[in-house]
Design a protein around this ligand. Structure first.
Ligand code: F3S
Length: 77
């Protein structure tokens, strides 16, 4: 799928709290375009955490399924 600049103007941004993340991996399984594992399997956001509009649902699903509640979503970034 081609990504364009307008894909990133919809205003959602995600953040992973490094102190909370325990590497359960649900986020990058559910939203692999938004999160990726680091060297030890903890989550990191892809790019600067800005979420393309067609990934908003998956980003919310990932946040809702994190057992450590490590993911926060800014809907007005
Ligand atoms: Fe970490 Fe939660 Fe993802 S614990 S790896 S942010 S599902």
């Amino acid at each position: 799928m081609n990504e364009t600049v307008t894909d990133y103007l919809a205003g959602m941004k995600v953040h992973v709290d490094d102190e909370r993340c325990e590497g359960h991996g649900r986020c990058y399984a559910l939203a692999p375009a938004v999160f990726e594992p680091d060297d030890i399997g903890n989550a990191q956001v892809i790019r600067d955490g800005t979420v393309a509009e067609d990934e908003h649902g998956r980003a919310r699903l990932a946040a809702a399924n994190c057992p450590e509640q490590a993911i926060t979503i800014d809907e007005d970034a």
